[in-house]
Design a protein. Structure first.
Length: 424
């Protein structure tokens, strides 16, 4: 073995090829893929999860094959989407039927039996009701007056991808980003994971915003209220009929009675999943294309590469939180450490070698849809982006604007950093 600056070299135990070892990163062989995925994530157990993964793999590979063969991506309402809406409406109709039956039994009375049964049905209808998300109350939420420059950037990106901006921005500690509609008026919420935002370059941030806002303009049925709330109602039904693990005679009898309705519910969940899966995966590819339109193809590929190694960011944040816990009760230096957290995180992420990026790409090939059935594997998304001519950026963010946005986020940066260091 010999050592160079920042790395060492050893022989692969399987094929004998030269392996370059980079600090604390996983040691693996590029020649034979030895140890390329030493700790794959646990797959969700159960028949439904296995069926979802199998469907996702088939749809994902088929979509990429279409693109490779010269096919085009476009939002469309196909037969599967229409059937998904019909099934979702049927689920909501069942909830209304339960509500109506409860009211009818309460009115009829029937010597007290109707009152009890009607009351139970009303409670059940309340539990199964379509639930509209609201604004989170456990993380900072920004409105336009709080961050006008950030909202203006979001508005610009929205216009570039064919939609409008958002009404609120929640900032949490996740290495992720998402959008949803909240409240009766279908207002829009963008949730930004501050650790992800902080490790991205300005143009990668524009690509991230383009991807998330692109879900509003590309016909993503799973982001719609009708199907999303119906799916949650079916999950609630399935929870009610979940078999009891108790080894008693009564539990065995109840499980036997529940078996048929539970299989029906699992079948409906799988059917709704299948009807929306192709559109959901297509919407991810479309959102990536819209991200490239806003921030450029190159920036979107860089964004996906960042997401590939997001586990390194998780490790850094965990190490920071553990170090803070070992120092004991809060001290004066905690604020300084919180203020410096994002610089340390960015420095750690910038030190990730290309060797680790390549390992994560190869590990992604092996994992496929093992963890997330709705998102195509990052490598497939990256491949799809590189098919066809590269797109230039429609929006850029100069240094002045970047600094103004950073100033608007000063308060939430410290708040989120403190929560991370305190392990909350």
């Amino acid at each position: 073995m010999h050592t160079t600056a920042g790395e060492s070299v050893q022989a692969c135990p399987d094929c004998g090829a030269e392996i370059r070892v980079h600090g604390d990163f996983t040691v693996w062989c590029a020649a034979c893929d030895w140890n390329v995925d030493p700790a794959p994530p646990e797959e969700r157990p159960g028949r439904l999860a296995r069926a979802q993964r199998a469907q996702a793999r088939r749809h994902g590979e088929r979509l990429l094959a279409e693109l490779t063969a010269g096919g085009t991506l476009r939002a469309r309402r196909d037969t599967a989407s229409v059937l998904a809406y019909a099934l979702a409406l049927a689920v909501h109709a069942l909830t209304l039927a339960v509500l109506g039956a409860g009211v009818w039994l309460l009115v009829r009375g029937w010597g007290g039996f109707g009152m009890v049964a009607g009351g139970l049905l009303l409670v059940l209808a309340w539990v199964l009701r379509p639930r509209l998300p609201g604004l989170p109350d456990d993380v900072p939420v920004l409105h336009r007056a709080d961050a006008p420059e950030l909202f203006a950037l979001v508005d610009e990106v929205g216009a570039a991808v064919g939609t409008r901006g958002v009404d609120a921005i929640a900032v949490d500690r996740s290495i992720n980003a998402s959008v949803l509609s909240y409240g009766i008026g279908a207002r829009r919420l963008l949730t930004l994971g501050l650790p992800l935002w902080e490790i991205l370059s300005p143009r990668e941030r524009i690509a991230l915003l383009g991807h998330e806002l692109g879900h509003y303009s590309n016909g993503d049925t799973r982001h719609g209220r009708v199907i999303g709330t119906a799916y949650r109602s079916l999950l609630t039904w399935e929870y009610f009929f979940h078999p009891s693990p108790e080894p008693t005679l009564l539990a065995l009898v109840i499980n036997a009675v529940y078996a048929v309705p539970r299989w029906i519910l699992l079948g409906l969940l799988l059917l709704l999943d299948r009807l929306t899966l192709r559109a959901a995966q297509r919407s991810e590819y479309l959102a990536d294309r819209l991200a490239a339109r806003a921030g450029s193809t190159e920036a979107t590929v860089e964004l996906l590469d960042r997401l590939l190694v997001s586990e390194s960011a998780e490790i850094t944040l965990m190490r920071e939180a553990n170090g803070s816990a070992l120092r004991g009760p809060r001290t004066r230096g905690d604020d300084d450490r919180a203020d410096g957290l994002w610089d340390r995180l960015a420095a750690d992420m910038n030190s990730v070698p290309e060797h680790e990026h390549e390992r994560q790409r190869r590990a992604g090939i092996r994992r496929g849809h093992s963890v997330d059935s709705t998102h195509p594997p990052t490598l497939l998304r990256r491949t799809a982006l590189l098919i066809g001519p590269p797109l230039p950026p429609a929006i850029t963010c100069d240094t002045g604007r970047e600094q103004r946005i950073a100033a608007e986020l000063t308060g939430v940066r410290r708040t989120v950093a403190r929560r991370i260091l305190r392990g909350r």
